[in-house]
Structures are given as C-alpha cells and as structure tokens.
Design a protein around this ligand. Structure first.
Ligand SMILES: Cc1ncc(COP(=O)(O)O)c(C=O)c1O
Length: 413
C-alpha cells in the first residue's frame, strides 16, 4: 500500500538490473496472479483472482501421529502407497497405469517444471492452448520454448491448427488442459479428444496433459483423459491435490509413459531429492481416515452453488455488456467485456473500488494478446462476496465506459 492507504497499482514493473545473472532470469516474468494476490490481502478487497479452494472445503489439518520415519529422507519417486493410490485413481479416470509410472511432485506446478527440463532446449517448439494456464507459460518461457498457440473454444481444440503446429519441425511437445481448462473452463468434447489424440499419435510428439481440474465437474461430465486415447505417442499426465484437498500441502503427481520415468526421476533428484515426506504421510493418513469421493462431492456441491450464483450475478450486472459461457467444471468464468476497454488498465479502478480480478492478456502465449478478457474465480469468495464484488465491478465498468464515451465525444467535437 502507498502512504495514502491506496492499494499499489498493479503494473508489470521491470526488476532492478543485477549484473551477472543467468540470461534466463530476463525471461522470467512474474506471475500476474501472484502479484495481484499480494495486492488483495486487505480484508475489504473482494478477490476473484486465484484458483483457491473455499475455506469451508479445506479439510481440517489434524495433528496426525506420523511415524518417526516420516522425518527421514525418502524415495525420489514418492511414498509407495501414495503412488499406488494415484495409479488406481488415474486408471479409474480412464488412463490405465501402474504405480511404477507415478512420481509424487511438489504440486502439479513442479510437474510442469520437470516437463520443461525434460523437453525444452532454447527454441524448442511447444504447442499450447490460447489462452492457457499462465504459470505454465511462465515455466516454458523460462526454458526458452517457442510457444505455438492453438485456439480452444467450447467446441474443443482447433484440430486443423493443432495438426499444423504439431507438424512444425521445431515442435517437440504439446501442453493441453482438455478438462475444464484454465482460464476458459472448456472441456473438449469426446470426439474432439479422440481426434486430438490421433493428431498427437500421428506426429509422435510428447503430450503433456494437465488434469488439475479434471474432477471438478458440475454437470456429471466424465471425460476420458486425452492420453487415454493415445496408442503410440509418449505422454505425461499431471494431477494435483490442491483443488480438491489442500493447496498448502504442495503435493501433486505426474504419471508418465514408462520410457520417460527414469529421466524424470533423475531430474527430480537434481531438483529436490523428493517431495516432503511429512506432507505425503499426512495425505496418506487423511486418505485412510476419510472418503476422497465424499470430499469431491462436497467440493462440487459448494462450487456448483457459487458458480450458479456468479452466473446469475453476471446476467444481472453484465447481461448487455459482456459475453461468457457457463463453466461445466473448474473454478473460473472467462468473460469478454464489450466496449473496447483494456481489462489490464481497468484493474486500477477496480482495485480502488476494492475488487480484484485477473486480466486476460497474461493467459495468451503471444504478444498480440486480446485485452478485453478477464478471469473471475468463483470458488473462494463467499456467496455474499460474489454478489457485492460483481456489483462493485459493474459500477467500475459503467464509469469507465462513460468516461471513454465522454473522451470520444470530446475528440469528435
Ligand atoms: C491448469 C493448472 N495446472 C497446474 C496448477 C498448479 O497446481 P498445484 O497447486 O498442484 O501446483 C494450476 C494451479 O492453479 C492450474 O490451474
């Protein structure tokens, strides 16, 4: 905050130059979401920013009595019973696999980092959705990827463009979030999944499938992972315990084609030896004493209710001023504002009115990103905060449109 108690403006400020750092530090933009989250810690700010679980959905962390062994160094791959649980889980989702293919990671985010280390050299082509998860873009850029965008819509991924991007000589992998994508919440329809898998098989490129939201479905959709349809191409599937259980645990998993596992184990060794054993034991203890499916049903119930509330609020406040589609799963509304406003610029006024959202441009892999999108999270704010926050946002938007109309009329006078 500044001296007058205003929230600092959100701007992507260049870091002070420090001589002698690795060149990749220049490529390492900061995460917009984490920057905005820092600005929204004040109690009176309603934040629609990050993909945080609702406080009521987080299971209580109880002082489990863990064996002394939990404090000892452990296996890089992770604890065997947890790897077995993950293998059964992904098999149930539609990609049969064995525990030996599973690596427990420090969040799905570490899975992304390991994928980048495994596959990217300077200038390697990485196919990705446009828009897509911005912290994945951050990692891929850090490792020098040449990002090759393919549009996604409620109809799925643009198959023609996917074929073309996979076919480029520099392409080595494709990063897809086919089930309740972030930010768009799109879920590729079944036929589109099969065709995407055919394209990847034909190209022989590696599929990195991110399933962070795969289970957060509100309409009963059960989508088979795209990697479940592959016959030949190497694949990696990333999962997370953050969205259904606890992001503070920092645990996720990576399931990989057998051919890739030994390489990933060495990369993880080099990165952190292994993920927290205490955390893994805590998680195993929770899984043993609780019903995961019941927790999932609870999360779905709470989030479906909030999604519907946000949909009604958007209809009421932005019915004539924006476009969006109802997310069938995931944690976000992806909203296109009419009226030619830049949502990055509008954020300053929104923060002044104590409401925050994530501007959409950061989710696009290319420089020419459209500026009229914004992402709204509905899982974390309470029902009352959703209503109040949308009303604040609508008033900020209306004032900005009125100002812009006034400026245009002065110009044309
Ligand atoms: C698409 C996607 N992948 C991965 C992650 C990282 O998840 P984790 O908390 O498991 O590191 C997120 C977090 O928001 C995400 O949205």
């Amino acid at each position: 905050m500044d001296d007058e108690g205003h929230l600092e403006r959100f701007h992507d400020r260049p870091e002070p130059a420090v001589p002698g750092l690795a060149a990749r530090c220049d490529r390492l933009g900061s995460s917009v979401v984490r920057d905005i989250l820092r600005l929204t810690t004040r109690k009176d700010v309603i934040s629609f920013c990050g993909g945080l679980p609702a406080p009521e959905v987080l299971p209580a962390v109880e002082g489990a009595s863990l064996p002394r062994d939990a404090g000892q160094y452990g296996a890089t791959e992770g604890e065997t019973p947890l790897r077995e649980w993950v293998a059964q889980h992904l098999t149930r989702l539609g990609r049969p696999c064995r525990a030996e293919q599973v690596l427990i990671t420090s969040g799905a985010q570490q899975g992304l980092d390991l994928c980048a280390r495994l596959l990217l050299d300077e200038g390697t082509g990485m196919v990705c959705e446009a828009p897509t998860y911005l912290a994945a873009l951050q990692v891929f850029r850090l490792f020098g990827a040449r990002l090759q965008p393919v549009a996604v819509t409620p109809e799925g991924i643009d198959l023609e463009r996917l074929w073309r991007q996979l076919d480029r000589p520099e392409t080595r992998a494709a990063y897809l979030v086919p089930t309740f994508q972030n930010p768009g919440a799109h879920c590729y329809p079944e036929a589109n999944r099969r065709s995407a898998a055919d394209a990847i098989d034909a190209s022989g490129r590696v599929l990195i499938e991110d399933g962070a939201y795969a289970e957060l479905s509100y309409e009963g959709t059960q989508a088979t992972p795209v990697c479940g349809y592959l016959r030949r191409a190497p694949w990696l599937y990333l999962g997370s315990f953050s969205k259904i259980l606890m992001p503070g645990l920092r645990l996720g998993y990576m399931v990989a084609d057998e051919r890739l596992v030994p390489h990933l184990v060495r990369l993880k060794q080099a990165a952190d030896l292994h993920s927290s054993r205490v955390g893994q034991y805590l998680l195993l203890d929770w899984l043993e004493r609780n019903d995961y499916d019941q927790q999932l049903r609870w999360a779905r119930t709470v989030y479906r209710e909030r999604r519907d509330l946000m949909a009604a609020g958007l209809d009421r406040h932005f019915g004539d001023a924006a476009r969006w589609s109802l997310p069938g799963g995931g944690l976000f509304f992806w909203v296109a504002l009419d009226g030619g406003l830049d949502t990055g610029v509008l954020l300053d006024a929104a923060l002044d009115a104590n409401v925050a959202y994530t501007p959409g441009a950061a989710f696009f892999p290319t420089e020419d990103a459209p500026v009229h999108w914004l992402r709204l999270n509905f899982s974390h704010p309470s029902p009352r905060a959703i209503e109040t926050g949308l009303a604040r946002l609508a008033s900020v938007y209306e004032s900005a449109v009125a100002r812009s109309k006034h400026a245009n009329s002065l110009l044309s006078d």
